[in-house]
Design a protein around this ligand. Structure first.
Ligand code: ADP
Ligand code: MG
Length: 280
């Protein structure tokens, strides 16, 4: 097993507003290996964006553990967070308009983060051209965002996110506004870049087709990882496996609870290494 690069254990995020508390993450356990490309799926409100924003250093968790590389995201000071956001992560938003500066060309958009970091113009330009080629848009360097399709804008956004070579790339529903053929093109580009550069990629998506494009898919429910969709290498069938956390807790999907009529208590039997769970 490669070492864990992202390590979250018993992670909680509670949003407090005047009259109520929302528990957006309730004991999330999730590990991601260096160089892995994985996706998080789940119904709206299950905590996906909350987790991604914490990974991006845009929000801070309430309790638990989370480390990215050597950095402890629970204990980082504000100035360390700024440094973390600049060096460690690239981020792609769902809204294409949020990723790019409208009055700059595709090439200039990719150059911009490097120039802000003090990279020399000539070097920034050469690297921006390389990135445009990597996302398949070398012929559209001089176009502005409004002269590019939604999928092309998201591919430029991948270039912008990778400009300063962050080891981690995060994308929150990057294809949410695209049709499925265009979405697939964006996922394909992400996959190629993941393979060629070993950047670790975490994508939040609604798109179940993603299983064929990533190493692993984790389904979140109610602020926790509930199941993993794992693709069988030989048959390419997708299996849905329940996730057991470090203390041995297992989330049983709702449909099983209903079907087996399990309500408040369950009997667990172990025979010949097989566990059976029955309602009582
Ligand atoms: P997802 O991305 O899976 O749709 P989110 O992480 O956005 O889910 O939200 C998880 C829960 O946290 C939801 O109930 C949402 O309303 C709540 N939430 C998210 N952000 C905030 C916030 N800034 N203040 C209060 N509640 C929030
Ligand atoms: Mg979301």
């Amino acid at each position: 097993m490669p070492e864990n690069y992202i390590y979250a254990e018993e992670l909680f995020k509670i949003y407090k507003t005047d009259e109520l508390e929302v528990v957006a993450l309730r004991g999330l356990d999730l590990q991601v290996a260096k160089g892995e490309m994985m996706a998080i799926v789940g119904a709206s409100g299950s905590g996906k964006s909350t987790f991604l924003n914490i990974l991006a250093g845009l929000d801070t968790p309430s309790a638990g553990q989370i480390t990215v590389g050597k950095r402890d995201l629970l204990r980082m000071k504000d100035e360390d967070l700024v440094d973390y956001r600049r060096r460690e992560v690239g981020f792609i938003w769902q809204q294409t308009g949020r990723n790019l500066i409208p009055y700059l060309t595709a090439l200039q958009n990719i150059e911009a983060p490097m120039i802000l970091e003090g990279v020399k113009r000539r070097i920034a330009k050469a690297r921006a051209q390389e990135l445009l080629t990597a996302v398949g848009l070398s012929d559209k360097a001089r176009r502005r965002p409004n002269e590019l399709s939604g999928g092309e804008q998201q591919r430029v956004a991948i270039g912008v996110a990778l400009a300063n070579q962050p080891p981690l790339l995060l994308a929150d529903e990057p294809t949410g506004e695209l049709d499925s053929a265009t979405a697939d093109e964006v996922f394909r580009v992400l996959r190629e870049i993941n393979r060629s550069t070993q950047v670790t990629v975490v994508i939040v998506t609604h798109d179940r087709e993603i299983t064929s494009r990533v190493d692993r898919v984790v389904a979140m429910r109610d602020g926790k990882a509930s199941t993993e969709l794992v693709r069988d290498a030989e048959s390419s069938d997708v299996n849905e496996l329940a996730v057991v956390d470090r203390s041995g807790r297992l989330q049983i999907p709702r449909e099983y609870l209903d079907e087996a009529n399990i309500q408040r208590r369950a009997r667990i039997d172990l025979t010949d290494g097989k566990v059976t769970i029955k309602g009582e």
